[in-house]
Design a protein around this ligand. Sequence first.
Ligand code: MG
Length: 171
Amino acid sequence: MMTTLTSDTTRVGLGYDSHRLVKGKPLVLGGVEIPFAKGEAGHSDGDALLHAIIDSLLGAAHLGDIGQMFPPSCDKWKDSKSLDLLKIAWQKVISYGWTLVNMNCIVRLEKPALLPHKDKIIRSIASALNTDEKRISVSAKTAEGLGDVGRGDAVEALAACLIASSPNTAT
Ligand code: MG
């Protein structure tokens, strides 16, 4: 059985995800659809950024990972919106008495530029976590032509978070 330690004051979490980019799929990052010729192949909508965020939160709370909570083999989660998965995962973390201090994310994507969409992505993540936008940071990096990301064949995301025991529910 999964357990978590609310006797700790704070805990750090780290998440990572990558998806292939293919033609004919929408590019969804942080719950925001970004106009582009390619999008993420994968389970659900393939939102690599939200998948990394989910793993960072579950990891911080010692509640397993996204694959355990939403098994790809389970039809229930097929074609799920990752924003909905994030809300479910975050409710689970909250139920153990945690609150979010901050979330810091990196997206590795050659094209398109994410800067014009960054504010909307931050708003979307903050809304799903029911938290202030100032607690969410997102950086975008290109791979300068190197590797799968550099060729435009993949998107990668990393997320680090800090969670704190809620003063109302900590034990
Ligand atoms: Mg994924």
